[in-house]
Design a protein around this ligand. Sequence first.
Ligand code: F6R
Length: 366
Amino acid sequence: ELGGYNHFMQKEIHEQPRAVADTAEVFLDGGFIPENFGKNAAQVFQDIDSIKILACGTSYYAALTGKYWLESIAKIPTDVEIASEYRYRDVIANPKQLIITISQSGETLDTMEALKFAQAQGHQHSLSICNVMESALPRNSELVLYTRAGAEIGVASTKAFTTQLVVLFGLSVTLGRMRGTISDEKLASYTQELRELSGSIQHVLNLEPQIAAWAQKFAKKSSALFLGRGIHYPIALEGALKLKEITYIHAEAYPAGELKHGPLALVDENMPIVVIAPHDGLLDKVKANMQEVSARGGELFVFTDLDSDYTSNSDTIHVIRTPRHVGTLSPIVHTIPVQLLSYHAALARGTDVDKPRNLAKSVTVE
Ligand code: F6R
């Protein structure tokens, strides 16, 4: 069942080139057309003026990432909320707002109740992005697109997350096409990026030995900080969640620009700082933030890419280079190293990787 791997989590991390390609096939073979989301999706997508995404945990971080694409590619205002918070507040219902739920299991009670609450408030349009066929969320939604990750058994979500991101990207391009916010050239380049995604993920998987070497150092630490900016901030959040879930090391994530507003006080030589620093428009800002950390004695573990000119000039700055900058889909590619880092840190600490203490795969209680 493990197919030569030691844990389901490791197997599922390594299945991502396949899982992502299978999920992308919907768009690459069928085109970025509304019908991928359901028979009357074209009508629904024409009716809506905004989107709200509801989810929990890792699926919530997928939603946060998706917001960047929905707003930059499709220019559609998008809110993201933790399902368990949304359901307990006074909301302003908007019948023209599409409610999207994201869930691996499709059975998360908080997300399900949030959807019912939205519907009871007068939201008419709903879309479920889900990995389990015919589970509660897709059954109760008007539209659905299934991720094709295959069964995810490890409690820590990995391939479900990256495939959710593929669907959110596909949705953004689909809506962008319908709304005329993307040119034909842009469409061609998005298509090409999606085609190349699995290969880029495979390249990162090949860096596993280097990442495992870093993980040995993390295993001895009691706390870690993850930094990212822009669309890579949710990936920092996901990295911190993975680390705490399976290694029980306290971890937090911050948008790097927030450091000086508080968390810089935590920085010392004992707390490793992981930075997601791809070659995008924010790299110079991130470099300045890393400088702030170094100046206070912090040890940096930086994931950058082959296009970036960032190099280490000190033995407390460690750099791993992911493949060439992959543009819009960079957050998907940069998820892989933080998954591997947590996995190998957990191995070094001897924790139960696939069944972390106190957690369940599907949370069907409040
Ligand atoms: C993290 C993790 C959880 C789930 C969350 C939502 O690795 O697995 O945070 O992401 O419980 O679960 P789903 O996606 O099934 O609704």
